[in-house]
Design a protein around this ligand. Structure first.
Ligand SMILES: [Zn+2]
Length: 375
């Protein structure tokens, strides 16, 4: 690392090596005497106001540095699995059967496979295991009731307070902090769900965390609520979900939050270049039409109440009204101050698709290096 990043380590500091001892503060003996690569890098990228902070303050270079650091960690883990196939009893996995299942039906192309076990996060076995767990929950409890998406808000107080302390103002310079604060909020949200603060306690929860390419983490959450919500009434839904701007006079705080976090667009003919646009149509189906009352039709499809109230918010010089409100829960919004989309799972939607979506796996690429071009 010192040779790769001379700007970050101007004195040629010694980097990670395998002989850094673990010093226990509690006096308990540890089985593992040395710290791991992950622990080393995790320790290195903390904010320490009393020390120089060359690494965490190097902005874009910091991004590159953490990616490099993680690549090192992952490579070592993968190497361990490659060299310890006996230990994980890989011979018990059936290579041929695996290959045929994946469509490589020509037996000649099957070489020596390295098995990544389900304990390796992101491996195909890991994904299959999680998917099966989710399907098992689904078989026991039926279809989920709520589908919730929570996205990181880079303007969260916790983040801006921290950044102010150490003297920078762009949260994107600290993706490590963004991720950590997000995870804390997510854990808090889960604990709130289990206490039944916003709606009946869930009897089961499934969630997945995704990252947009270089962007912020967000989580997709599925909830099975205690009680019978298989045939929800319009009132059940109105209790939990709103798709309208709150009254600006009665609840200015709520109005401001919806304005800030829950408005879609502008898109459509007002802004054809919006990322949600495809072939001149909004892929998220905005603007939605006005609906005087929440409706549940026979196939289980739900139309949220969106009245024509005359209230609107302005984005630039474009006015957005109830047609552009993303469905949300006001209490969650007030506590978490972020984009939190709350939707009722309609029964007509294929449940399998939903699980596939939340466990679709990571982006991967296949490539090879060769000396002469193939004939
Ligand atoms: Zn749109």
């Amino acid at each position: 690392m010192t040779l790769q990043y001379p700007i970050l380590f101007p004195y040629g500091q010694i980097g990670f090596n395998e002989n850094i001892p673990v010093i226990n503060t509690d006096g308990e003996p540890r089985k593992r005497g040395y710290i791991t690569k992950r622990e080393y890098f995790a320790h290195q990228i903390q904010t320490r106001l009393a020390e120089g902070m060359v690494i965490v303050r190097s902005k874009r270079l910091f991004h590159q540095y953490i990616v490099d650091a993680f690549t090192c960690i992952e490579q070592e883990r993968l190497r361990w699995f490659r060299l310890n196939q006996k230990k994980i009893r890989a011979e018990l996995y059936n290579n041929i059967q695996d290959a045929v299942m994946k469509g490589d039906t020509d037996a000649k192309t099957i070489g020596k496979r390295v098995i990544l076990p389900s304990s390796y996060t992101g491996s195909p076995r890991y994904m299959a295991e999680k998917y099966h767990d989710a399907m098992a929950i689904c078989r026991w409890h039926g279809n989920p009731d709520l589908f919730i998406t929570i996205t990181t808000n880079p303007k969260w107080e916790e983040l801006s307070d921290h950044l102010k302390l150490y003297g920078t103002d762009d949260p994107n310079d600290r993706p490590d902090l963004e991720s950590r604060v997000f995870k804390m909020k997510l854990d808090e949200l889960m604990s709130d769900f289990n206490k039944g603060i916003f709606f009946p306690r869930p009897k089961a929860v499934v969630y997945t965390i995704e990252f947009q390419k270089r962007g912020l983490p967000h989580a997709h959450i599925l909830l099975w609520l205690e009680g019978d919500f298989r045939n929800p009434t319009a009132a059940d839904i109105d209790n939990i979900i709103s798709a309208e701007l709150p009254d600006k006079e009665k609840d200015p705080e709520a109005f401001g939050l919806v304005e800030q976090h829950m408005m879609h667009g502008p898109c459509g003919k007002d802004r054809l270049s919006s990322p949600c646009m495809d072939n001149g149509v909004c892929t998220k189906k905005f603007p939605r039409s006005y609906v005087p009352h929440t409706q549940v039709n026979e196939s289980g499809y739900i139309l949220y109440k969106r009245r024509q109230t005359g209230q609107f918010v302005s984005k630039g010089n474009i006015k957005l009204d109830n047609q552009f409100v993303v469905p949300h829960n006001l209490q969650i919004l007030k506590k978490y101050k972020a984009h939190v989309n709350v939707e009722w799972c309609n029964k007509s939607s294929a449940i399998k698709y939903l699980f596939k979506y939340i466990t679709k796996g990571v982006d991967r690429a296949t490539f090879k290096v060769q000396k002469t071009p193939e004939q």
